[in-house]
Design a binder for this molecule. Structure first.
Ligand code: 1CP
Length: 358
């Protein structure tokens, strides 16, 4: 399939944006800023819109998903929207029985724990992404020159939910399976890679200008397990979007030991959590990789002077990379005062960028 004639990548609507140029490694006059989980419970307008609608239904309603995506862009003036969805949406659309329980997260009716369970997974090619494509197209039309980021869960993080059956602290069943039954593990990760690749491609063809692969739970893995049993499948998940030539961000929590292999799966930009200072992250990546991050979400509730000093420190350390997109080190906590986020955007636009380098 080729890009539609009105695609922002072809008509250049977002090509000159601060986000896309920075993701391409060019440091401009402005440090772009957006926040992981910027849409959602920190916004009163989100809570109001969601009354009476379940999470998965909100994600699969194109008009609602689009409106929720636009809310933080309007309110905060961030440099990108991230499409409102969830990493389990492609599983649901492929036919997996999964729900999102309020206050808990994704829960599966039947965890996947054996080779027979893996063989019984639905055909990833059977997933119908029409609702996603419609939601993305509506959003891109409303955003104009502001880029939309499409996203997906990386195969390991998806497998962590599929094997555990729900949220877990240490993902121990998933980590056992990768060694106890390598055939089942490889089958499961191949399946997840196929679903993720299709989900990303659908969002990009519908008009998203960049992609972020979330391997949120990668921090529970040893480096050897990551390199040998996980990274090849993350690389496979990105293959279906290679030809589209959009910038790809790869993010994980607790990923300090695996930053280089996470870059090597084919990412243009590495997202760093709050644990590792950006200058150290840049050093671990050899100094040539564009970074995204890494304001500590815990500091969003600290007094402004404390948070301001931290954001300026993140900007300063980000200058050790070729280019830097300011973000949090993980998602916006639901209890965050949204005015604090707006204030960070103003600060970054004022004090970030090439002009402020001296
Ligand atoms: O604005 C945005 O950033 C888009 C919204 C978004 C994204 C990027 C949602 C909405 N989910 C996600 C991705 C996602 N979902 C990830 C990767 C990003 C990350 O690490 O934060 C993960 C791990 C999930 C899984 C998930 N879905 C959880 C975490 C559970 C756990 O294991 O701790 C939860 C709570 C959900 C539900 C969910 N997804 C999104 C929202 C707003 C919610 C809460 C909905 C509700 O409770 O009604």
């Amino acid at each position: 399939m080729t890009l539609p004639a009105t695609h922002p990548l072809l008509d250049g609507r977002t090509a000159a944006s601060a986000l896309v140029t920075t993701y391409r490694g060019v440091r401009g006059d402005r440090t772009p800023v957006w926040f992981m989980r910027q849409a959602g419970r920190s916004l009163p307008e989100y809570r109001e819109l969601r009354v009476g609608t379940r999470m998965l239904d909100a994600c699969l309603d194109p008009a609602m998903a689009s409106e929720i995506t636009l809310q933080p862009v309007r309110r905060h003036g961030v440099d990108a929207g991230i499409f409102f969805s969830d990493i389990v949406i492609p599983l649901k659309l492929a036919g997996v029985d999964v729900e999102i329980e309020p206050g808990r997260g994704p829960v599966l009716a039947k965890p996947v724990r054996t080779l027979a369970d893996v063989s019984a997974l639905p055909d990833p090619d059977g997933a119908d992404f029409t609702a996603i494509e419609q939601g993305v197209a509506l959003t891109v039309a409303a955003l104009g020159s502001t880029p939309l980021i499409g996203f997906a869960g990386a195969p390991f993080t998806l497998a962590a939910y599929l094997v555990e059956g729900g949220p877990s602290k240490d993902h121990i069943r998933a980590r056992t399976l990768m060694h106890a039954d390598p055939e089942a593990w490889e089958g499961l990760l191949s399946w997840a890679a196929a679903v993720t690749g299709r989900f990303l491609r659908a969002q990009l063809l519908a008009g998203a200008s960049a992609a972020q692969l979330f391997d949120s739970w990668v921090g529970s893995l040893s480096k050897a397990d990551y390199v040998e049993r996980v990274a090849p499948f993350s690389k496979k998940a990105l293959e279906p979007i290679r030809d589209l030539d959009v910038p790809v961000v790869h993010f994980g929590v607790g990923s300090g030991e695996v930053l280089a292999p996470m870059h090597e799966v084919g990412a243009d930009v590495v997202g760093v959590d709050w644990r590792l200072p950006l200058d150290e992250a840049s050093r671990r990546l050899g100094g040539g990789v564009t970074l995204q991050g890494n304001v500590d979400p815990a500091l969003l509730a600290a007094p402004w002077p404390v948070l301001e000093a931290h954001v300026l420190d993140v900007l300063r350390r980000g200058r050790s990379a070729p280019a830097h997109v300011l973000n949090l080190g993980h998602g916006v906590p639901p209890e965050t005062d949204p005015d604090v986020l707006t204030r960070i955007v103003e600060l970054v636009h004022e004090r970030g960028g090439a002009a402020a380098e001296e």
